[in-house]
Ligand binder design. Structure first.
Ligand code: PGA
Length: 295
């Protein structure tokens, strides 16, 4: 057996023993949080302003334990959101970027690197959002961005999803598989720590349209995403990597979407712009097993 496997095995057994004992170090302080909690993310896109932050954060500060909350504001607002969360006594609520450049530095006017984003407080970054893919981002760029994020110490949320036409023609699973393999294929030999990777299944036809996918479509796609991850890595990792759903989630449908067994969180656009509605969505998620630990 190669040396790496033995080391991984020892770590896995140690973690499982610690988990059984309820030891807090069972999940080392990875930037992505505790994978047994649902992850509820607010993608503000190119919305919001500095003046709105105190009221928004006041709503979020009222949410309870057991749910990992992530706010993805426009990058220039990252320091402001972080500062407001600290003032509200909720530094546990993570902030992240909506995109990053694949290079660590250089002549890339207008772009931001993973390390710059980390400097202003980002713990996560999205990669491959359909709005960026629609603006010309290629599978290969998504792959490079995913690596750049991980290399900079960020947790990465990879977005995948089919177009309406692809669903109509029965290509959904082929598209999901090809997006997943393109982005993650070369991490198969050295998979990221599960808390540092999440995959958001976002059918493009459901984004911003009010057309939420059916529970059956969501569960089927989320289970498929997990199976592809298991083929790439292994089932132990695939079970711990969170699969999210995104596309017209709101406070009225969040609980139902979260009832899909393979859905571990939500990526919310439009309905995350109001602090109140995003708080209601966070509260609709069933808290994870760490809820008793408190914050
Ligand atoms: P939506 O956006 O919730 O407004 O559909 C989701 C997303 O784009 O991540």
């Amino acid at each position: 057996m190669p040396e790496l496997d033995v080391k991984e095995l020892v770590e896995l057994v140690a973690r499982q023993v610690l988990e059984r004992l309820g030891h807090p170090s069972a999940q080392p302080g990875a930037p992505g949080g505790d994978t047994r909690n649902p992850l509820i993310a607010a993608n503000w896109k190119m919305n919001a302003s500095k003046d709105e932050l105190p009221a928004y954060v006041a709503e979020l500060a009222a949410t309870g334990p057991g749910v990992d909350v992530l706010v993805l504001p426009p990058s220039v607002l990252l320091p402001g959101v972080r500062a407001e969360l600290a003032r509200a006594g909720r530094p546990d609520i993570a902030v992240g970027a909506q995109d990053l450049h694949w290079e660590a530095q250089g002549a890339h006017t207008g772009e931001l690197s993973g390390s710059l984003l980390r400097e202003v407080g980002a713990r996560w970054t999205l990669v491959g959002h359909s709005e960026r893919r629609a603006a010309g981002e290629t599978d290969d760029q998504v792959r490079r961005k995913l690596h750049a994020g991980l290399d900079a110490g960020l947790a990465v949320m990879l977005c995948v999803g089919e177009l309406a036409q692809e669903r109509r023609t029965g290509a959904t699973f082929r598209v999901l598989r090809s997006q997943l393999l393109a982005a993650l294929g070369d991490t198969a030999l050295q998979p990221p720590d599960p808390p540092r990777l999440a995959v958001a299944y976002e059918p493009v036809w459901a984004i911003g349209t009010g057309l939420v996918a059916t529970l059956e479509q969501i569960q089927e796609a989320a289970a498929f995403v997990r199976r592809v991850i298991a083929e790439l890595y292994d089932w132990n990792r695939a079970r711990r990597i969170r699969v999210l759903y995104g596309g017209s989630v709101n406070a009225s449908n969040a609980a139902e979407v979260m009832s899909a067994p393979d859905v571990n969180g939500l990526l919310v656009g439009g309905a995350s712009l109001s602090g109140r509605s995003f708080r209601e969505i966070v509260e609709a998620a069933p808290p994870g097993p760490h809820s008793e630990v408190g914050r």
